[in-house]
Design a protein around this ligand. Structure first.
Ligand SMILES: Cc1cc2nc3c(=O)[nH]c(=O)nc-3n(C[C@H](O)[C@H](O)[C@H](O)COP(=O)(O)OP(=O)(O)OC[C@H]3O[C@@H](n4cnc5c(N)ncnc54)[C@H](O)[C@@H]3O)c2cc1C
Length: 412
């Protein structure tokens, strides 16, 4: 039995209801008020859609389309730009998968250094248990661990204080977020932490100030502690050159297939394959966000979301859904072999823990003579290739891309 937070029900239905509720506020209201963090009791100025978008219980395309229909592109410009940051980060990391591997190595190195450096270990433990000595950091830690969500501005402040004032390794902070956020996302999280640290945009860091925090919490938080007065960029390896996106894979619609789902993309109703029925659908949990334990809200959200997708897939396709749980390669091979299929089709799984798991599974399936095919959405095919440099360049291509996707019919 999964205990879900009443604020964050992990179903597509709850995500669509949240979108419908937020829609009237996605225009000027959002642009004017989105930066304020009024605390967990009042999130009316932001959409709270990220856990749904992260797992694609609701897709970016659905959200963007609904918002444009309601407000038009100009009025909703800010909200559309924010929503498309997710797509941009995904496309950026997909073309530089080495940044994810080096993040994984940095987390490992950070964990090793905790074993050797007792002062670092004490600071790390104090901070992650809500005893950093900086009141607002401790408040956000409790909020993160309890609810699995923080406002965007609080994430920026937290990351900045973690790196520059508490002098903790940035990758351990990113890992702490990834373990606890119900929207924990390999691209948005890693690249945002890199951005704060000065690794993403050369020479540019983000420094939190007490005045900024007091202003954007409307005085709810008034830090008195001394914050770092400088934020020198963290040193790191250079960004690797772009690796072009792999060509979209095609499946043979005449052949029977099995459909495993990962936590990465659960809007099965809007997949390219949705007109064809698989023999069976399975849920696979990657369970591999971190070497350390993941928070209960994040774990429960993912399990709940996968359960919801299996249920929906069951009625959408009229076939049984099974839970493969840990999704070890052996379990998938045994499942697909038992179904007597030669192709296993899954929604495209971007860079991150689920892909790492899938790569291992793919090799085992291949040995058993079964092809693993990842079907990419038109949204990703259209937009990801533009995420080659900064967000500004990506944004310039947004309207023509949305027009090509049929989301946007002209300037409004
Ligand atoms: C250090 C740090 C770590 C972060 N880690 C994550 C993460 O693990 N997962 C995650 O989904 N987001 C992450 N973000 C981005 C952002 O904070 C959240 O997406 C946003 O706060 C979610 O709340 P919302 O849905 O109410 O956002 P809204 O303000 O309502 O925005 C609408 C949608 O736009 C997208 N969005 C908004 N801001 C950003 C942004 N800065 N980057 C990328 N997408 C954005 C999200 O999909 C969001 O649901 C991180 C930001 C920072 C600074």
């Amino acid at each position: 039995m999964i205990a879900t937070d009443p604020l964050w029900v992990p179903t597509r239905c709850a995500g669509l209801a949240r979108l419908a509720d937020f829609l009237p506020r996605a225009g000027r209201d959002y642009a004017d008020r989105r930066n304020f963090d009024f605390g967990p009791a009042d999130r009316s100025n932001v959409s709270g859609l990220s856990p749904y978008l992260r797992h694609r219980l609701v897709t970016e395309q659905e959200v963007v389309q609904a918002v444009i229909e309601r407000h038009g592109v100009r009025v909703a410009e800010k909200f559309l730009a924010e929503t498309c940051w997710r797509t941009y980060w995904k496309g950026w990391l997909e073309q530089r998968p080495g940044v994810w591997s080096s993040y994984r190595s940095e987390v490992r190195a950070g964990l090793d250094s905790l074993d050797h450096d007792s002062s670092l270990r004490d600071r790390f433990e104090a901070t992650t248990t809500g005893h950093s000595g900086i009141e607002c950091v401790d408040l956000w830690t409790r909020e993160l661990v309890e609810h699995g969500y923080l406002h965007n501005h609080a994430r920026m402040w937290f990351a900045s204080l973690w790196i520059f004032t508490l002098k903790l390794p940035w990758a351990l902070g990113a890992d702490f977020f990834l373990r606890h956020l119900i929207d924990g996302d390999p691209a948005s999280n890693t690249l945002s932490w890199r951005w704060v640290a000065g690794l993403q945009t050369k020479g540019k860091t983000y420094r939190a100030s007490p005045e900024n925090i007091a202003r954007f919490t409307e005085g709810r938080i008034q830090p008195r502690e001394a914050f770092a007065s400088h934020a020198e960029p963290v040193e790191g390896s250079p960004i690797p050159p772009i690796r072009p996106l792999p060509a979209a894979e095609r499946f043979d619609p005449r052949q029977p297939f099995a459909l495993p789902l990962t936590e990465e993309d659960l809007a099965i109703e809007a997949l390219e394959i949705s007109a064809k029925s698989p023999v069976e659908v399975a849920g696979m949990l990657a369970n591999d966000r971190s070497e350390l334990w993941a928070g209960a809200p994040a774990r429960d959200f993912v399990r709940g979301a996968l359960g919801d997708a299996l249920e929906r897939a069951g009625s959408w396709f009229g076939v049984p859904g099974v839970n493969l749980d840990r999704a070890a390669g052996e379990a998938i091979v045994a499942w697909a072999t038992g179904l007597n299929v030669k192709q296993v089709i899954t929604p495209f799984t971007p860079v991150g823990p689920a892909r790492e798991q899938l790569n291992r599974n793919e090799a085992m399936l291949k040995k058993a003579g079964i092809r693993l095919i990842q079907v990419r959405r038109g949204w990703d095919d259209e937009l990801w290739p533009h995420a080659t440099a900064g967000y500004f360049g990506f944004k310039k291509n947004l309207e023509p891309s949305l027009a090509r996707l049929g989301v946007f019919a002209g300037s409004r």
